[in-house]
Write a protein that binds this ligand. Sequence first.
Ligand SMILES: NC(=O)c1ccc[n+]([C@@H]2O[C@H](COP(=O)([O-])OP(=O)(O)OC[C@H]3O[C@@H](n4cnc5c(N)ncnc54)[C@H](OP(=O)(O)O)[C@@H]3O)[C@@H](O)[C@H]2O)c1
Length: 294
Amino acid sequence: MTGWNAADIPDQHGRTVIVTGATSGLGAEAARALAAAGATVILACRDQDKARATADDIGGGVEIRRLDLADLSSVRAFAAGLDCDIDVLINNAGVMAVPRGTTADGFERHLGVNHLGPFALTGLLVNRVRGRVVTVTSGLHVLGRVRADLQFERRRYQRWLAYAQSKLANLLFAYELQRRLAATGRRTVSVAAHPGVTATEGQRADTSLQGKVLAGGPAQSPAMGVLPLLYAATAPDVRGGVCIGPDGFLQRHGYPTVVGTSRRSRDAERAAWLWRRSEELTGVRYAIERIGVA
Ligand SMILES: NC(=O)c1ccc[n+]([C@@H]2O[C@H](COP(=O)([O-])OP(=O)(O)OC[C@H]3O[C@@H](n4cnc5c(N)ncnc54)[C@H](OP(=O)(O)O)[C@@H]3O)[C@@H](O)[C@H]2O)c1
């Protein structure tokens, strides 16, 4: 698997892929590579001007649809407006170590945008995704704790811990989704992916010392950092329930491979608890159908 790169993406003609957060960084890079391989890529973005600029830059094979993950009414409108089946849903959009804030639904911002929004989106689309759900996490999930106090109401707010919690939630979600898909015999698989340390707006946003230590250091290019996402989305030999990340030192750089994630991320009891809480908070209840069963 080492050395796998964008030239190895199988032909994507006839396939439809949703990329959330495609206006910059890894999302834009993923959309570009998938469109170049022949996919129809739906750029699911909150800022329509930025999305149009990205679409112009890519040059073809893309559609723009509005999606604000910080607003569940936008998530519902996006899902209701989709009139096609999807081969791959890439839950990429995210905020990184932002100051305390809340979404339109009153959720702590990292939890809302990075976990609850994608949880609701995936739940609303799950019976229309034929191939894969790819959820983008981070190596920093190791710092995260998914606590009963999900919204940092009773613990002191620390932006990196809030980010890390949301990225651990991404893994708990991706692995639990795989268990649930497998239990219904569905061919659709759920895979996690992370880009190591990649030079993007998000990665550069926190210029504090803490930010530089946690997200800093030599960063690889977006074209390199996106490879684990692309591998997770398209490589034929990917199994559900794994995480794809870079194969280099501390998973910070390199070519895509299956990587280990923390013991906490594999805690099935915690994952089931988070799933129930996420359904309560978003009002989206998963009803995974036995369509296209193996
Ligand atoms: N870069 C790294 O080193 C690194 C490391 C580990 C994990 N990651 C993960 O990689 C993913 C992509 O991050 P990036 O580094 O490419 O950062 P980025 O350049 O800041 O891109 C983030 C994307 O998410 C979108 N987004 C933010 N809030 C949104 C919302 N409410 N609704 C819809 N879209 C929203 C942004 O849209 P706008 O343009 O409208 O803001 C942008 O398109 C994230 O999940 C991040 O956690 C990145």
